[in-house]
Each structure stands twice: as structure tokens, then as C-alpha cells.
Design a protein around this ligand. Structure first.
Ligand SMILES: Cc1cc2nc3c(=O)[nH]c(=O)nc-3n(C[C@H](O)[C@H](O)[C@H](O)COP(=O)(O)O)c2cc1C
Length: 197
């Protein structure tokens, strides 16, 4: 496998978001990863069962980009001890089957990271997010966990981690774990197909 396509999803709509900054740094740290940054979270309508068919254009676009990706990397802020409603709304849309296919995140390799200015590094947001992803049967990287506390102090003025920062090394480890998860699943799929034939 020469490269992996990763859909990067920031749970923040904020222009100077720490979490979006984190995803930009992840893109620079993963040379084998080709990033697609989804910036349309704020354009998704509120999930409404009455308006699922046909799917709103912004939802169809998100679904397509998730399906085309080998993996998804989510960076979540923490809002009131959980993850933001805009991100939950996107996950509710993604949890639904569409166009004769299953939910777009079903068995999709996913890694979760998060950054906050406070001392806890989004631990409660990530815990809540993992629970939802588990329910959706996404395949989520369990270790290492990446909790960036006091995040504004950890990035340099260029929005990058210093070369020797522990956060930089840990983020690389998360990307490696996500890559391994994709490769393991591809390997398993090819073995299953060979057995069935
Ligand atoms: C509505 C709201 C609720 C928040 N609740 C929490 C919280 O429970 N825990 C926390 O660590 N930070 C909380 N914060 C602070 C966010 O961590 C901070 O605004 C962060 O920068 C948001 O992520 P972003 O920079 O990617 O936009 C909250 C911020 C907002 C706007």
C-alpha cells in the first residue's frame, strides 16, 4: 500500500480552532497519508428522519468523502464535558444507511484525538465520542490515546509542534496505529475473500 486516504474531521467550526490546527499538523506528520479535510460540518442540516430521502446535498457529500477514505481521523473539542453537537449531528447522519449501502462509518477505521486549552485534554469528550462510534460499529483505534491539554502552549507560532515535543511523537504513534488498523483490515478482507472463493 503506497498511501492511505484519510478524511479529517474537526469537531470545531471555529476559524482558529486548536483541533483543526491539530489535524493540519497530523497531515504534515504522516507522509504516507493523503488528507482530505472536511470543512462542511456547519453546513449539514439538523438530522431529521423526515428529510433523509433524498439526502441533503451536504450530507451526500460527507457520505461520499467518508466512503472514499480508507480511514477517518476525528479531532474533537470538549463542550460541557462531551463532544460538540455539530459533530454528533454529522455522526447521526453517517449512522444511517443510504443509496443501498450500509452506514458510511460501518467498520471504517477511525482514530480520535482532541485538544483543549484546559488541563484535561478532552478526555470526557473523547470518551463520549468513542461510545457513539462503538455503537455505530466503526473500528476505532484504542491505543494510544491522544489528549492534548493546554494546547495553545504546545503549538508553536507556526501551528506546529516542536520537533522534540512528546505531543508530536504521540500524534505520529496514533497515525501509525491508524495505518496498521487499515492494513490489518485489508489483510483480513483478502484472506476472507480467498477462503470464500
Ligand atoms: C460551549 C462551550 C463549552 C465548553 N466546555 C468545555 C468543557 O467541558 N471542558 C473543556 O475542557 N473545555 C470546554 N470548553 C473550552 C474549549 O475546550 C475551548 O473553547 C476549545 O478551544 C474549543 O476547541 P477549538 O479550539 O478546536 O474550537 C468549552 C467551550 C465552549 C464554547
Amino acid at each position: 500500500m503506497t498511501h492511505l486516504d484519510v478524511l479529517a474531521l474537526s469537531g470545531s467550526l471555529r476559524r482558529d480552532s486548536l483541533n483543526t490546527t491539530l489535524l493540519r499538523e497530523a497531515e504534515r506528520l504522516g507522509p504516507r497519508l493523503r488528507f482530505d479535510h472536511f470543512g462542511g460540518l456547519g453546513l449539514l442540516p439538523h438530522f431529521n428522519e423526515d428529510e433523509e430521502h433524498p439526502a441533503p446535498a451536504a450530507v451526500a457529500e460527507l457520505r461520499r468523502r467518508v466512503r472514499e477514505a480508507d480511514a477517518v481521523l476525528i479531532a474533537t473539542p470538549e463542550y460541557n464535558s462531551s463532544f460538540p453537537g455539530a459533530l454528533k449531528n454529522a455522526l447521526d447522519w453517517l449512522s444511517r444507511p443510504a443509496d443501498g449501502e450500509g452506514p458510511a462509518l460501518l467498520r471504517k477505521p477511525v482514530a480520535v484525538v482532541g485538544a483543549s486549552p484546559g488541563p484535561f485534554g478532552t478526555v470526557r469528550a473523547q470518551s463520549a465520542l468513542r461510545q457513539v462510534l462503538h455503537k455505530m460499529n466503526a473500528h476505532v483505534v484504542q491505543q494510544p490515546e491522544f489528549l492534548l491539554f493546554q494546547a495553545q502552549r504546545q503549538f508553536g507560532d507556526d501551528g506546529r509542534f516542536p520537533e522534540d515535543s512528546p505531543a508530536r511523537g504521540l500524534l505520529c504513534d496514533v497515525l501509525d496505529a491508524l495505518t496498521r488498523l487499515v492494513e490489518d483490515e485489508a489483510h483480513l478482507r483478502s484472506r476472507t475473500e480467498a477462503t470464500v472463493r
